[in-house]
Design a protein around this ligand. Structure first.
Ligand SMILES: [Zn+2]
Ligand SMILES: [Zn+2]
Length: 194
């Protein structure tokens, strides 16, 4: 908490904080994945998990011009356009084409935890996506997803055992913990985590 106080004080600059201005042109991607903990206090900000080097992203352009103030994974975003609550920052990132970010390289223990749990989760989802296969479905068939009990009419995947679920239901289940790396219906083990 003390860190946030420092950043807004005249000492700002000695705490590893710096400002970044991003100009997004049209619908181009901003070029990063930021994460946050919904249950964390508002002042915990967002944490940058990945910077996707998308061609033509606002971050790629900034990073090429400012090699010493690069936007990179592992930085906390403390302010976006002067807003410092999580909801306001997310709204600015979504709606505004000009983004003034205040970034900080020193993470609080909670921000570090948010970052590592988000990294674990994205690794788990990537591993799950490698073992599931999206299939075309016949809209006449009214089979149900055994996870949510809704009809399997769209975004359906098939596990190696042959059982089908909604892609989002299966991904959520399989990526949630190691004990869940089995088909929820027949219990066949899936080789997801190494
Ligand atoms: Zn479902
Ligand atoms: Zn199965």
């Amino acid at each position: 908490m003390k860190l946030f106080g420092c950043l807004r004080s005249p000492l700002f600059g000695s705490t590893g904080g710096f400002r970044v201005s991003l100009d997004r042109v049209g619908d181009e991607p901003i070029g990063m994945v930021a994460t946050y903990c919904p249950s964390a206090p508002q002042s915990q900000g967002l944490v940058i998990r990945d910077v996707t080097a998308d061609e033509g992203s606002a971050i790629l352009r900034w990073n090429q011009r400012h090699p010493k103030r690069q936007v990179r994974p592992g930085l906390a975003i403390l302010e976006v356009n002067g807003c410092c609550s999580t909801a306001e920052m997310l709204r600015e990132v979504k709606d505004s084409n000009c983004l003034e970010l205040l970034l900080c390289e020193h993470l609080t223990p909670l921000q570090s935890e948010i970052l590592s749990s988000s990294r674990r989760r994205s690794k788990a989802i990537a591993a799950v996506e490698a073992v599931i296969q999206e299939i075309e479905v016949d809209t006449e068939v009214t089979e149900q997803c055994a996870i949510c009990y809704e009809d399997l009419t769209m975004q359906v995947i098939q596990l190696p055992c042959g059982h089908c679920f909604h892609k989002s239901c299966a991904t959520k289940w399989l990526a949630s913990c190691k004990a869940h790396q089995r088909c929820p219906l027949c219990n066949q083990k899936l080789e997801i985590y190494t």
